[in-house]
Design a protein around this ligand. Structure first.
Ligand code: GDP
Length: 525
């Protein structure tokens, strides 16, 4: 029987996986998709990077550098849940994209390589989740290899990340001597590399194996029991409420590559991961169970299909139900739009979506209407969801078209790439020159490449090096304050900002011009 709206919404689990490159995000994602029946063979997700999109030059950049630049969405059903996984680019030059993606999820899975512990990129992304109060589930990966002691890894979580942890299971040995996991939650032992019918050993009331078992002859078994005792006595208590608040992270050990511990992780995760959460808007919190449709665009991706030059806007549904053909408002531009073309995402396919509810992510074909951060509502609703985080760019170039006859394409290309959030655009207030700001160098390379391949414009980019960007609260500023070491610019929304040569220039300016109120939007993050 078809579920009603409320049950549909409550069955959604929308999350992103955060990790440092190489920790195993792709491998784990693939295993999850296999369980969900969304793909048939391991290797599909990786294959997608090189196979399906091989015709796209733009994807060549990814391929050559061996990094995943773009995010995508994958969807599957498992045990009555509809799971939406949002992939995020691993490379730090694209972390702005990842930050925006994290606004569209209700929880996050953090993968840690057991040999490396907490790495830089993981820590950064963790902080964003923390700040947003997103519940975090931790998967400590690669137990089939020699890694760091589990207690040490937990201590690192608490010390470096400042989050308390509750190990749902605990490894018995590791590397060559990895025997399995002691599952505190299901009260059983799951043995590594043992056939399914013999894999699980139920534990007795005292949390031990009843009677004789070969596992008991290993010293590792006794050591594990000791560590479990320590966790029971001195560790944190399990608390669903604290998990939901993002104060406590349930920790799972496993090995994505050998598909060990992944199913247990998935099943437990689905039990405790939150269903769609309310989102803040200009009219207060919007409840996902509210039946009036609303959502926001958190990502725009061009040329997913190089043959059609299409752009897809990714929409997170925050309330109500999406129905193909419905008419929505875009309060930012005061316009109405019919949503005729929409798509949902499967790992190896895209198919037309007719209906979707709060928590789902759908793709809308876009001919240039949407901007990142746009809210969509219906009827009389004109509220807007919270603005998405915008990074303070650190690197700048001055950009012009090589061929002056190509101005039209040049402007169109810049406008679209800026709308996508691929790069930030500024105009020098005095000279009207175009300046581009980025968080990482790779963004310029992608920009240059895409301008040439998608808009047929060769660009000249003059490096201006790193700058400190500070926006101005004042509506107006004396243009004469613009100087080589403090360039006055307007961002694409018309807001004034200064690009300072360095910290010294910034302080000097502030001393001389205390009436100019400067701010850094990233201070909120
Ligand atoms: P990503 O960059 O986070 O997406 O990482 P990948 O999933 O591409 O994995 C990086 C490398 O680690 C690949 O060579 C994987 O085969 C390997 N890897 C992933 N999970 C495991 C694991 O559980 N054990 C071992 N030994 N290797 C793994």
């Amino acid at each position: 029987m078809a579920k009603n709206f409320k049950d549909e919404v409550l069955s959604r689990r929308t999350f992103a996986i955060i990790s440092h490159p190489d920790a195993g995000k792709t491998t784990l994602t693939e295993q999850l998709l296999l369980f969900g029946g969304a793909i048939r063979d391991a290797g599909t997700v990786k294959g997608k990077k090189t196979g399906k999109f091989a015709t796209s030059d733009w994807m060549e950049i990814e391929k050559q550098r061996g990094i995943s630049v773009t995010s995508s969405v994958m969807q599957f059903e498992y045990q009555n849940c509809r799971v939406n996984i949002l992939d995020t680019p691993g490379h730090q030059d694209f972390s702005e994209d990842t930050y925006r993606t994290l606004t569209a999820v209700d929880s996050a899975v953090m993968i840690i390589d057991s040999a490396k512990g907490i790495e830089e990129q993981t820590l950064k992304l963790f902080k964003v989740c923390r700040m947003r109060g997103i519940p975090i589930f931790t998967f400590i990966n690669k137990l089939d290899r020699e890694g760091r002691a589990p207690l040490e890894l937990l201590a690192e979580l608490e010390e470096v990340m400042g989050i308390e942890s509750y190990p749902m299971n605990w490894p018995i040995g590791m590397g060559k001597e990895f025997l399995g996991i002691y599952d505190r939650f299901y009260k059983r032992i799951e043995q590594f590399r043992v056939d399914e019918d013999k894999r699980y050993i139920e534990l007795n009331e005292d949390g031990e194996i009843e009677g004789d078992h070969q596992l008991k002859t290993s010293g590792l078994y006794d050591q594990t029991l000791e560590e479990i005792m320590l966790l029971n006595e001195a560790g944190n208590e399990f608390s669903r409420e604290r998990i939901e608040k993002g104060e406590l992270t349930p920790v799972f050990f496993g090995s994505a590559l050998t598909n060990f511990g992944v199913q247990t992780f998935l099943e437990t995760y689905l039990q405790f991961a939150p269903s769609p959460q309310a989102r803040n808007s200009s009219e207060g919190k919007i409840d996902p169970l509210n039946e009036e449709f609303s959502g926001f665009i958190f990502k725009i991706q061009a040329n997913m299909n190089p043959a059609h030059r299409d752009r897809i806007a990714f929409l997170r549904i925050c309330s109500g139900k999406f129905e193909r053909g419905m008419t929505v408002n875009i309060p930012r531009i005061g316009k109405q739009l019919k949503l005729a073309q929409s798509t949902q995402f499967m790992a190896d396919d895209r198919s037309t979506v007719d209906e979707a509810v709060s928590g789902d992510i759908i793709g809308l074909y876009d001919s240039g209407t949407y901007q990142i951060g746009d809210t969509l509502t219906i009827g009389k609703n004109k509220f807007q969801f919270e603005r998405l985080p915008q990074f303070t760019p650190e690197l700048f170039v001055r950009v012009t078209a090589k061929n002056v006859m190509k101005q039209k394409h040049f402007h169109k290309g810049i406008e679209q790439l800026v709308q996508e959030g691929a790069i930030q655009l500024f105009r020098n207030v005095r000279t009207e020159e175009y300046l581009l700001g980025a968080v990482g160098q790779l963004q310029f390379e992608v920009f240059e490449h895409r301008m040439k391949n998608e808009y047929n414009v060769e660009v000249i980019m003059e490096r201006l090096g790193s700058k400190i960007t500070r926006w101005v609260e004042n509506e107006q500023v004396n243009e004469n304050l613009s100087a080589a070491r403090s360039i006055l610019v307007k961002d694409r929304y018309g807001k004034l900002a200064f690009l300072f040569e360095n910290d010294f220039a910034l302080r000097w300016f502030q001393d001389k011009n205390p009436e100019v109120k400067l701010y850094n939007p990233m201070d909120d993050y």
